[in-house]
Design a protein around this ligand. Structure first.
Ligand SMILES: C[S@@+](CC[C@H](N)C(=O)[O-])C[C@H]1O[C@@H](n2cnc3c(N)ncnc32)[C@H](O)[C@@H]1O
Length: 412
């Protein structure tokens, strides 16, 4: 038993079972042994020496940051090209996306690059990273620009529930003979069943699910940060009726240890990553509560395609590159677009005091919008950039895929 487990067992012995959200908060974030809080250990996400247990879009290829820079440039224009345009990235990890966006901006437009003030924020900034990342407490406020996140919302602590005899019970973490175990009891917060609303009545006994009650706090943070502009969040998940549907009876909580999918969150506490699908209806509601309106959403594949991913692929085919370089770059870009993988993630955009009509380029499905765009500079993988090289097997187990099938067996 490691330190975090021992501490939790002790705490539970003294004062009874804790909510799963409290457990997840400790297992992922409590210093010094929470999964994201650990530093210097070989399997820690903060260590530079080993791959992380998770693999995200910025790591796949710098085209992800480049295409986002194209979307950000359009939002800058829509805000009347202010001299200072802030992009606040929340949950920036080691700052790879920040580095790629800011590296590409000058290749796009020097006035945009000059106006761009990128602040990468994380609740636990890495000691070593690719771009300076500041702590959550230091987020600027009242800016004009864009709040951005990639795979932030899925890493927030969630409450878990189970349907028993038609009632919504909460799954807590208790202890039995010194081992952590699940305990079903009445809800700690009625907001759990309020979130489910009428959908709860259609869920069969034994159905398990997760609810992120932290979204309102996050939305308030977005609101305090951004006076005027756009909130662009990329994550995997569904609208509420597709998330809480009998076919998904096992819930969406997933654990990752060295790129291997697991389903027992009470194992390897502090050593495995944990995520839960995002309820995008709840995201809309939380942001509506602080004055943001939904501008629309798209799959990541459509979003990046409309911004120019296909053009980048064709420039790659025509460019003068060694075959192995061409293959490695192609593999990285294609990874971002796979419908059963990252391409199936949802890009969701909200706006406040900023135009959303006509649709932003990444959300605009009309053919005219795509025909109008010009050739794009092509960002390439380099040995020094820290991106995954899928062909060089730097992420040997990275061939996992996200399946969003309706059979309830979806997994990252
Ligand atoms: C799965 S990682 C994604 C990192 C990065 N965005 C990427 O795409 O590679 C989630 C990150 O969100 C951070 N995080 C979680 N909750 C947060 C919060 N409330 N505010 C800021 N950062 C948070 C974690 O510390 C972690 O670095």
């Amino acid at each position: 038993m490691n330190y975090v487990e021992a501490m939790l067992v002790q705490r539970i012995r003294e004062s009874g079972p804790i909510t799963f959200a409290e457990f997840m908060e400790a297992a992922l974030y409590r210093p010094p042994y929470g999964y994201y809080a650990r530093r210097g250990e070989s399997s820690s996400p903060s260590s530079g020496s080993e791959p992380r247990d998770y693999f995200t879009s910025p790591m796949a290829h710098p085209a992800f940051g480049a295409l986002l820079a194209i979307q950000l440039k359009e939002t800058w224009r829509r805000l009347d090209a202010p001299d200072e345009f802030s992009v606040i990235e929340m949950g920036a990890g080691d700052g790879m996306l920040a580095r790629d966006v800011t590296a590409y901006a000058p290749r796009l437009d020097s006035a945009f690059a000059k106006a761009l003030r990128y602040v990468a924020v994380d609740r636990l900034p890495r000691q070593e990273g690719y771009y300076p990342v500041v702590e959550s407490g230091r987020i600027p406020s009242n800016v004009t620009g864009c709040v951005l996140s990639n795979e932030l919302l899925d890493s927030m602590p969630v409450h878990r529930f189970v349907i028993e005899q038609g009632r919504v019970l909460e799954i807590y973490v208790g202890e039995r003979s010194g081992e952590l175990c699940e305990v079903a009891r009445p809800q700690s917060d009625s907001a759990i069943s309020e979130r489910l609303g009428d959908l709860a009545g259609d869920l069969p006994d034994g159905f398990r699910g997760e609810v992120n009650l932290g979204l309102h706090t996050w939305a308030r943070q977005v609101s305090d940060t951004l006076r005027r502009g756009y909130a662009l969040n990329i994550d995997y998940g569904f609208d509420r009726p597709r998330l809480y549907t009998p076919a998904r009876w096992r819930g969406s909580l997933r654990c990752y240890y060295k790129h291997t999918l697991g389903s027992d969150p009470l194992k390897r506490v502090g050593r495995q990553d944990m995520t839960a699908h995002v309820d995008f209806t709840a995201v809309d509601e939380a942001l509506a509560g602080v004055g943001f309106s939904a501008a629309g959403y798209a799959t990541q594949a459509d979003f990046l395609g409309r911004l120019g991913a296909d053009k980048m692929l064709s420039a790659l085919r025509k460019g003068r590159l060694a075959q192995h370089e061409r293959d490695a770059n192609r593999a990285g870009i294609v990874e971002l677009l796979k419908p059963q993988g990252m391409g199936g993630f949802r890009v969701s955009i909200h706006h406040r005091d900023a135009a959303a009509d006509p649709p932003l380029a990444g959300l605009n499905s009309s053919d005219d919008a795509q025909a109008a765009s010009e050739p794009l500079p092509l960002p390439l993988l380099h040995d020094t950039t820290g991106h995954a090289s899928l062909l060089a097997s730097r992420y040997p187990n990275a061939a996992w895929s996200v399946t969003f099938s309706n059979d309830g067996r979806d997994g990252k």
